[in-house]
Write a protein that binds this ligand. Structure first.
Ligand code: S3P
Length: 442
């Protein structure tokens, strides 16, 4: 169903960021194997996260919603996880499916895994390769795509692994398998990625070693057989979801947007650092912490943006923000160049292609590079007027709708249903700010 975002003269408002998707998955996963009952507030109730909760329930944990964003999880503790009665359907979720593969690898169980068309096209050998080295068996060969069957083992062997891609999902899958392996599992990251697994494992009482070597290399070590103990935690706000609101404030002719309770973590802050390099002045005020993460309120207002070469060191810490960066680049003066971001090719869709097509459909000059893209900024509102093909990608849909709030003509998208995977309140939040987004063509 086509939806359209029409240009509006102002966007003002105060909003609370939805719960962080990465932390919400991890809370349900770790709570589900811990000893005792954990309580979470502010959990993201997007489809991706709900499917991880359903999978943990099917594997033996008790996962109960007790109120809006409030969840109670009784872990399997010493009993461990058991084979589910039916296939585990991870929907659109790369994070849920990949982290759960790592977790299940360490238990004597067999499970069928499946997902939607987008997830079934994404590479899983990057996860299965280290897990096979530890003792997992699976039926994914040779293509490494869902659906397939996994058989875990209670006798996994720890490994030392240097992921070939900068990926928190690979790191986390290996660490979750390592939790139930014999020996010390070590992950060597050439480029640091989001560190929520490390932080949350510590929160649940595990000892996790983290050391820095030459250059950016981070070494993470985890002794197998450690017990997790239930926690009470508030899930911090998602900086990746907040980025859409902050961008809306920046491109609006009269923007004043305050987003409260956003997680401030250097492994997630690349978009904000880059927006400032492009000329945005973002207000940020410390407001405490939640679940071992710092929280800030972030404010944005109308800005004259300048195109930049995105420093490659920022890429892992803004890996989900490239679609909305593409929108900022369209409004900026001058050229924005993204390199070293080949991982975008294997996200919910090929995001290099999807971003370039989104911009071109709206009169913006943009071109693909093997490992990124180049955008010629319009030095103000881009023409708009296009219909964007979202290809089951929630972040392409949200980015296009944000672009429509301030482009010369409305911007339409072919589908909005998948926005629910990560940000179910997106349309309500945009309406609060004063956006004009509704069903139908322009
Ligand atoms: C995530 C890691 C990232 C990110 C995804 C969430 C996580 O994927 O794109 O949305 O929670 O670990 P990669 O680790 O594959 O880059």
């Amino acid at each position: 169903m086509v939806w359209t975002s029409r240009p509006v003269s102002r966007l003002h408002g105060v909003l609370r960021a939805p719960g962080d998707k990465s932390c919400s998955h991890r809370a349900l996963i770790m709570g589900g194997i811990a000893h005792g009952t954990s309580h979470f507030t502010g959990l993201l109730e997007g489809d991706d996260v709900l499917r991880t909760g359903a999978a943990m329930q099917a594997l033996g944990a008790t996962v109960t919603r007790t109120g809006a964003g409030q969840w109670e999880v009784t872990g399997t503790g010493a009993r461990g996880l058991t084979s589910p009665a039916a296939a585990l359907d991870f929907g659109n979720s790369g994070t849920g499916s990949r982290l759960m593969m790592g977790l299940m690898a360490g238990y004597a169980l067999t499970a069928e895994l499946c997902g939607d068309a987008s997830l079934s096209a994404r590479p899983m050998n990057r996860i299965l390769t280290p897990l096979r080295q530890m003792g997992l068996t699976d039926t994914a060969e040779p293509h490494g795509r869902l659906p397939f069957r996994l058989t875990g083992s209670a006798a996994l062997q720890a490994i030392t692994y240097a992921p070939p891609q900068a990926s928190a999902q690979i790191k986390s899958a290996v660490m979750l398998a390592g939790l139930n392996a014999h020996g010390t599992t070590i992950v060597e990251e050439a480029k640091p990625t989001r560190d929520h697994t490390e932080r949350m494992l510590r929160g649940f009482g595990a000892e996790v070693g983290v050391s820095r070597g030459a250059g950016q290399v981070r070494t993470i070590s985890l002794l197998g057989g450690q017990k997790l103990s239930a926690i009470e935690a508030a899930i911090p706000g998602d900086p990746s979801s907040a980025a859409f609101l902050i961008a809306a404030g920046l491109i609006s002719p009269d923007g004043n947007v305050l987003v409260e309770g956003v997680m401030s973590n250097p492994t997630r802050s690349g978009f904000y650092d880059l927006a400032e390099l492009m000329g945005a002045r973002l207000g940020a005020e410390d407001t405490g912490d939640a679940a071992g993460e710092r929280l800030i309120d972030i404010q944005s207002g109308s800005a004259s943006l300048i195109g930049r070469n995105v420093p490659e060191r920022l890429v892992p810490s803004m890996i989900d923000e490239f679609p909305i960066l593409g929108v900022l680049a369209a409004f900026a003066t001058g050229e924005t160049v993204v390199t070293g971001a080949e991982e975008l090719r294997v996200k919910e869709t090929d995001r290099v292609k999807a971003v370039v097509d989104m911009l071109r459909a709206n009169g913006v000059e943009a071109e693909e590079r093997e490992d990124g893209f180049v955008v010629q900024g319009c030095g103000g509102p881009p023409p708009g007027g296009g219909l964007v093909e979202t290809r089951h990608d929630h972040r392409i849909a949200m980015s296009a709708l944000i672009m429509g709030t301030a482009s010369q003509k409305p911007v339409s998208v072919d589908d909005i249903s998948m926005i629910d995977t990560s940000y179910p309140e997106f349309l309500a939040h945009m309406a609060t700010l004063g956006a004009d987004i509704s069903e139908g063509a322009s």
